[in-house]
Design a protein around this ligand. Structure first.
Ligand SMILES: C[S@@+](CC[C@H](N)C(=O)[O-])C[C@H]1O[C@@H](n2cnc3c(N)ncnc32)[C@H](O)[C@@H]1O
Length: 127
């Protein structure tokens, strides 16, 4: 992360100063097994742009299925550590081929009640 994003260290420091706990290497599939995450329930759990390593083109069916398994695993795992009235937020592109991930169906299959879809402004990733 430090190598990829030049502002990473500054941003992490700022978050810590604001009282955030920063953890690295958390597997989105098994959050309930993490010693710091299984102590409490969360009212919001956010995963911005979930994605697995790209082995094929984004439009390849097997690549899409791999991404979907990540999102499914994350949603099921997040559900286990979520408050009863809690929210799971996922940001995701809605253009092709990303819409084929069918995130709404994955959320329903994971037992989530679909709350709403918000349109975000174009995201700029700061390098
Ligand atoms: C497209 S990047 C988005 C990164 C970051 N959330 C952001 O918005 O800049 C997708 C991230 O998901 C991570 N990832 C893939 N599989 C994961 C898993 N099982 N558990 C946790 N993170 C995973 C990848 O390492 C990568 O950092």
């Amino acid at each position: 992360m430090m190598l990829k994003y030049s502002r990473a260290a500054t941003n992490l420091r700022e978050l810590e100063e604001l009282g955030c706990t920063i953890m690295h290497g958390v597997d989105a599939h098994t959050m309930i097994k993490h010693p710091l995450l299984n102590q409490k329930l969360f009212d919001r759990i956010v995963y911005n742009s979930p994605a697995t390593a790209l082995k094929r083109r984004e439009s390849n069916t097997r690549q899409i299925e791999k991404h979907q398994r990540l999102v499914e695993g994350f949603l099921e795992s997040a559900y286990d550590i979520l408050e009863v009235i809690g929210e799971i937020h996922v940001t995701h592109k809605t253009t092709e081929p990303y819409r084929k991930w069918d995130i709404e169906r994955l959320a329903e299959d994971a037992g989530c009640a679909w709350l709403r879809k918000l349109r975000s402004r174009k995201l700029t990733i700061q390098e």
